[in-house]
Design a protein around this ligand. Structure first.
Ligand code: PD2
Ligand code: ZN
Length: 288
């Protein structure tokens, strides 16, 4: 740590000292440990306490200000802790709930027949998955995403319409705010490395992307065909793994485009067999 060579009366709180205090706090050291290290390096108790207090208060304030404001997000009605939710044409089971990040695992969202029908309608239209090109707002092939995929248009067939209406009821979010359903096919070895689904406000392409419908605020990943091994959806910030069980789905929401939402997630490599999913991304506003 920066040493104090001056006597107590002359000790001043330098930028180097402030940086060091922030680094200690972010590394998880408690205030007493940090204070002791400062005293051991020659700082007086009085100056050390003042330096800690003023530095950390200002740091937290700055962090708060850089956090985007929270917005409304899609959410199932879990106020009565239901075991299942009536979505009109089906009872969807609530299997697991996490508060922070907001993650809900659903069972019985789609029938086996609906899963198969989506796979067969998607199969002839697959091509190597693209990700959004963050520089330009266009799309590009990306090594982090080794699946094949396609998008259905919203409402393009009675099957798609039925599923979209079911999702809208389940998550209490308008059909119009949803992007078209995307189907992804992972072969052995394919994965989707951890990422956030919201568009990074720092990237130059983001203002163009969010002109249409605003930010993404929620994701529903539906498992259409399960692999024999691997292929879980993982949330590394909270060490959560969701098994890709056919007909089930994992939902998560993010009320601001910021890592503070802890919604970093990925598709673990498929180790054997093939994995098929359908993803519905939900926007703040009508997406057209
Ligand atoms: O296939 C998955 O489990 C997965 C993981 C991360 C899908 C997505 N992201 C996605 O479609 O956004
Ligand atoms: Zn994702």
């Amino acid at each position: 740590m920066p040493k104090s060579y001056a006597n107590t009366a002359q000790q001043s709180i330098t930028p180097a000292l402030r940086q060091w205090i922030i680094a200690q706090a972010e590394a998880g050291f408690t205030p007493d440990v940090v204070l002791k290290a400062m005293r051991d390096s020659g700082w007086s108790e009085e100056v050390a306490v003042e330096a800690m207090e003023s530095t950390l208060t200002a740091h937290l304030q700055a962090r708060k200000q850089s956090l985007p404001a929270p917005v409304a997000v899609p959410a199932p009605d879990l106020s009565q802790a239901p075991l299942q939710l009536d979505v009109g044409d089906r009872q969807v089971r609530v299997l697991s709930v996490m508060q922070n990040p907001r993650v809900v695992v659903f069972g019985n969202l789609l029938s086996d027949e609906e899963c198969d029908a989506l796979v067969e309608a998607a199969r002839p239209r697959l091509s190597r998955s693209l990700t959004v090109a963050t520089q330009t707002g266009g799309e590009e092939v990306h090594v982090d995403r080794t699946s094949d995929g396609m998008f259905f248009s919203r409402g393009e067939s009675p099957l798609i319409q039925r599923i979209e209406e079911r999702i809208a009821r389940l998550l209490q979010w308008p059909v119009e705010n949803g992007e078209g359903l995307q189907v992804l096919h992972y072969q052995p070895g394919a994965q989707y490395k951890p990422h956030y689904d919201y568009f990074d406000p720092q990237e130059p392409g983001t203002p163009t992307i969010v002109k249409r419908g605003g930010q993404r605020v929620g994701t529903l990943i539906i498992y259409l065909r399960e692999p024999e091994k691997g292929g879980a959806t993982i949330f590394p910030d909270v060490q959560l793994e969701v098994a890709p069980q056919r007909g089930n789905a994992v939902f998560f929401s993010y009320d601001r485009p910021h890592p503070a939402t802890k919604t970093l997630h990925g598709g673990a490599p498929v180790l054997a067999g093939e994995k098929w999913i359908a993803t519905k991304w939900l926007r703040e506003r009508e997406f057209n």
